[in-house]
Design a protein around this ligand. Structure first.
Ligand SMILES: NC(=O)c1ccc[n+]([C@@H]2O[C@H](COP(=O)([O-])OP(=O)(O)OC[C@H]3O[C@@H](n4cnc5c(N)ncnc54)[C@H](OP(=O)(O)O)[C@@H]3O)[C@@H](O)[C@H]2O)c1
Length: 332
């Protein structure tokens, strides 16, 4: 059936400015890492993307290797985009990345100009797009001179195949170095995409001053710790179909007594606020003014809807933050 988006889609979503730029991003964005590969139901993929756009989620994040198999998330997204979203291209921020292993041989990985620009063309082809809004270098490459990687990102922008450049998984020092290397081309490093959640607070130790100084935004991934900060595993079991049951990226070994104790304590704090644990985890992330957007994953439109509803709740009080603090520490 032809998709007709909700005409009230911009009524409630909140948007934040991405560093010192003209670009606003929704406080919650949707990533297509694990739930848009070929093993996932096409109907569920379509429903989740439609629900997101209907709720004002204007940002969809991809990478060349999302799937599985590699490339399939871009292909599946491209099909849905062609059917449902093409008339709304100017209302969407679509990102992709290159930097991890993608194709065999020496030119399908890391940070060379050869790899990045070939990969961007391939991503555009799979998605059926003329351009992406943001093109990221997916992870730092210590072997390739940063000037070469920056030159490739700059070419992506000046060629019009990407509107903005970003980096992901860079340390504060590497982020500064990329901002400097892009400045040589008169290009602003728009955005950094690091991991951040209650169980991984690494970026609080040094990234924010660089973001401030260079006017860089931050869209943070795995805000729900791949589901550990939801009610998925609170009973201590691994539900069939869950990420811990189906994906190598979340080992069932992580459902330990120490984890359960913390997650249940956080869940209790969430319940006292009338929220779910997932919603509390998102409210907590968005307390940080440096964060432009929390980049969630969702395996159903219901999860997506519940997560976006986190934005309906008031900010955390100083007392609530203090109550959360002992449980919001790095989890091995
Ligand atoms: N730049 C990078 O290196 C990098 C790395 C990783 C991710 N990312 C980006 O970040 C995005 C998000 O990553 P992620 O999917 O790991 O994020 P996440 O939001 O931390 O975890 C998503 C998973 O949590 C569970 N979940 C979500 N909402 C739920 C709810 N309301 N109730 C119960 N369970 C819920 C689902 O697990 P089930 O599948 O078990 O239902 C879902 O698949 C990716 O799609 C990608 O765009 C980037």
């Amino acid at each position: 059936m032809t998709y007709v988006p909700n005409d009230r889609r911009y009524d409630t979503m909140k948007y934040r400015r991405t560093g010192r730029s003209g670009l606003l991003l929704p406080e919650i964005s949707l990533g297509l890492w694990q739930n848009f590969g070929d093993a996932r139901s096409p109907d569920s993929q379509r429903a989740t993307l439609r629900k997101a756009f209907d709720l004002g989620v204007t940002h969809f994040d991809l990478a060349n290797n999302y799937g599985p198999p590699y490339g399939s998330a871009e292909l599946n997204f491209g099909r849905i985009f062609a059917d449902d979203f093409r008339p709304f291209r100017d209302e969407l921020i679509i990102s992709t990345k290159a930097g991890y292993d993608m194709w065999p041989g020496p030119y399908g990985d890391h940070g060379s100009r050869k790899y990045l620009l070939a990969s961007l063309d391939a991503s555009l082809g799979r998605m059926g797009l003329n351009y992406v809004d943001i093109f990221y270098h997916h992870r730092p490459d210590l072997e390739t001179p940063i000037e070469e990687t920056a030159g490739a990102l700059a070419s992506a922008v000046t060629s019009g195949k990407a509107l903005y450049a970003g980096v992901s998984n860079y340390t504060p020092e590497q982020t500064q170095a990329m901002a400097d290397a892009l400045a040589v081309h008169n290009i602003h490093l728009l955005i950094q995409q690091p991991s951040y959640n209650m169980f991984n607070r690494t970026i609080e130790r040094g990234l924010f001053p660089v973001l401030d100084k260079e006017g860089i935004g931050a869209v943070v991934f795995v805000p729900l710790a791949q589901g550990l900060l939801t009610d998925r595993y609170l009973a201590g079991a691994i539900p069939a179909g869950s990420r811990a049951a189906t994906s190598a990226t979340l080992s069932s070994d992580r459902i330990t007594d120490a984890y359960l104790e913390r997650a249940r304590a956080l869940n209790e704090i969430a319940r006292n606020r009338g929220q779910t644990l997932a919603q509390l985890a998102l409210t907590w992330i968005l307390r940080q003014p440096h964060i432009t957007s929390a980049l969630i994953g969702a395996s159903s439109s219901e999860q997506l809807e519940q997560n976006v509803a986190a934005l309906d709740f008031p900010a955390l009080t100083a007392d609530e933050l203090a109550e959360i603090e002992p449980y919001a520490t790095d989890l091995p």
